[in-house]
Design a protein. Structure first.
Length: 239
């Protein structure tokens, strides 16, 4: 019995270092992966995303897309306010998640969306479209990271340049030229509201040929854009 006990002890002694090495490798791998993700997101603070997964998919499907990058300084301030009014009026007041909107979505039976502009930006820049727990978990973590590492103005700038405003038309510069024949910096309040009104369903709505329903929605967005300008809910990006 004593001999067996010694053999068992030796086996345990041999196994412990291997387990520790595996645990150390896993820990280092996790730390390395987290550091890599942080660096990638931090780079997004100054490097414009060259494309997105969705843009690549649409380009293959349509045989090409329209897109032209415009820095935030070259986008009419009313356009930024209109998108915020349409998609997330409390953009400046939260850290990536609008709890009030989430609560309202739950009360409405989840028939309406509650994603913030930050979540939509994260999904489009770093992830793929679709519904899965994995994607949602990644979106949650990346949203918090983006909010911590990017200023609000940068989040909005990237969103305005990657959002689809018409089928195969990405970014507000290409959208303004396609719909109204002018640059994003020259958009009027009405034009900006109409572009914002096509979100989040640009394939079924048109800013250039607005339906009566879209005109009504655009009017509400224009009022909302004016309101957030007055009550300073646009202060984090509207200089």
């Amino acid at each position: 019995m004593a001999k067996r006990s010694k053999k068992t002890t030796r086996k345990k002694v041999r196994k412990r270092p291997l387990r520790r090495r595996i645990l150390r490798w896993l820990t280092l791998g996790a730390v390395g992966a987290a550091a890599f993700v942080c660096l990638v997101v931090l780079a997004g603070r100054i490097i414009n995303p060259p494309t997105t997964i969705f843009m690549v998919q649409e380009s293959r499907r349509l045989g090409g897309i329209e897109r032209q990058w415009a820095p935030i300084e070259q986008i009419a301030p009313v356009m930024a306010r209109s998108v915020v009014a349409a998609e997330a009026a409390n953009f400046c007041l939260h850290w990536g998640f609008d709890l009030d909107a989430i609560r309202q979505a739950i009360e409405a039976g989840a028939n309406r969306g509650a994603s913030t502009l930050t979540q939509q930006t994260v999904k489009n820049v770093y992830l793929w479209h679709g519904r899965s727990w994995l994607r949602k978990a990644l979106e949650t973590g990346l949203t918090l990271l983006v909010e911590a590492l990017w200023p609000k103005e940068r989040i909005l700038e990237i969103y305005l340049n990657i959002a689809e405003f018409d089928e195969g038309v990405f970014g507000v510069e290409a959208a303004a030229q396609a719909a109204f024949g002018l640059s994003a910096k020259d958009l009027t309040a009405t034009q900006a509201a109409r572009l914002a009104a096509v979100l989040p369903n640009p394939k079924a709505r048109s800013a250039a040929k607005p339906s009566a329903r879209l005109r009504q929605r655009a009017a509400a967005i224009a009022d909302g854009a004016a309101t957030i300008a007055k009550d300073e809910r646009a202060a984090c990006f509207d200089s």
